[in-house]
Design a protein around this ligand. Structure first.
Ligand code: 2NL
Length: 318
């Protein structure tokens, strides 16, 4: 293309070969000029159209070369969006919701910003209790707080539904923790409760065993130890026999053969009364279960901080 343009300038340009001919016109006899002018114009026209024709064929060639090299197949299917997946805690939560629904429990939800009454007072938690301290709870400036457990959802459930009732309250809870591999300021739990006539520790044990066997997909051996929680009386720590070693002791159960899994107990009469349920007529059992901890056991996750990290390399594994 460049060489062609060079030739055009040499021949047809203002100082080109054809131009030189016109300058010689003066030397011609007057009767020769018309014929010479005609011949010169004809030559100029012929050269110009030869030039245009060549330029056009070069252009076409260049375009074809581009079309050949830049060709893409628009009929190929697009790569498509990468499918998402449910957070591991959500998966465990949904599984437990299905299980409890099948046992006749309602699944309740409630606010994450709670009143001091619903989070503490209604649960028989005294003003002197360490959980009410600034170091353990995120207090808001309007004297409300970020719920430290999902118990307030159950308090609201008792107020609203009345006895008899079966309910679970799964959800996100907050503690003012120093964060490390096993402590988070934000984590998930399920609490559950059944209130009816003549509810005993035997009913509680039946539901807990059914629940744990379903979660771990095998028979589990459990034991009860006494435990203190202000909202239950009597209160227990429920342990399961270690599923890794089956009893003799290993690093998971810290050589004890047992893993502490579920605090539980019979609902304290004060708690029932404050929510409008007569403890002389009705009784109930209640329990707490760490969803985050359960997900860590289920999937072998050794650092709790991964759950809230938003790290897609972690999340895409589920
Ligand atoms: C925990 C939770 C437990 C409950 C929670 C409960 C709720 C109401 C009344 C009575 Cl409204 N109890 N929840 C009961 C027993 C244990 O544990 O995270 N403990 C460390």
């Amino acid at each position: 293309m460049e060489a062609l343009e060079g030739v055009r300038v040499d021949v047809l340009g203002r100082k080109g070969t054809l131009g030189q001919f016109s300058k010689e016109f003066g030397k011609l006899a007057p009767q020769e000029r018309a014929a010479a002018g005609k011949a010169l114009n004809a030559a100029k026209d012929a050269l110009e159209s030869a030039f245009e024709a060549r330029k056009h064929s070069f252009d076409t060639e260049a375009l074809n070369a581009r079309l050949g090299s830049e060709w893409i197949d628009l009929t190929l299917p697009a790569p498509g969006a990468r499918p998402g997946s449910l957070h591991p805690v959500t998966q465990v939560q949904m599984e437990l919701e299905d299980l409890f629904t099948s046992l006749g429990f309602a699944v309740l939800d409630g606010p994450e910003v709670e009143t001091e009454y619903h989070n503490f007072d209604a649960l028989n938690i005294p003003a002197s209790h360490p959980a009410r301290d600034m170091q353990d709870t995120f207090w808001l400036t309007d004297s409300n707080l970020l719920r430290t457990h999902t118990s307030p959802v159950q308090v609201r459930g008792m107020e609203r539904l009345g006895p008899p009732l079966r309910m679970i309250a799964p959800g996100r809870v907050f503690r003012n923790e120093e964060v490390d591999a096993s402590h988070e300021h934000t984590f998930y739990q399920v609490e559950g409760m059944m209130v009816d006539r003549n509810v005993s520790v035997a009913h509680m044990l039946y539901f807990m065993k059914t629940l744990l066997s379903a979660i771990f997909r095998r028979e589990v051996t459990i034991r009860l130890r006494p435990g203190y929680f202000p909202f239950v009386e009597p209160g227990f720590e429920l342990d399961i026999q270690c599923l890794i070693c089956g009893g003799p002791g290993c690093p998971v159960c810290k050589q004890s053969g047992w893993v502490e899994l579920m605090p539980c107990g019979l609902v304290h009469p004060n708690v029932l009364r404050m929510s409008g349920i007569d403890p002389d007529e009705w009784g109930g059992f209640a329990f707490g279960l760490g969803l985050t901890r359960l997900a860590m056991m289920r999937y072998g996750i050794d650092d709790i901080r991964l759950f809230e990290s938003g790290d897609l390399r972690f999340l895409r594994q589920f």
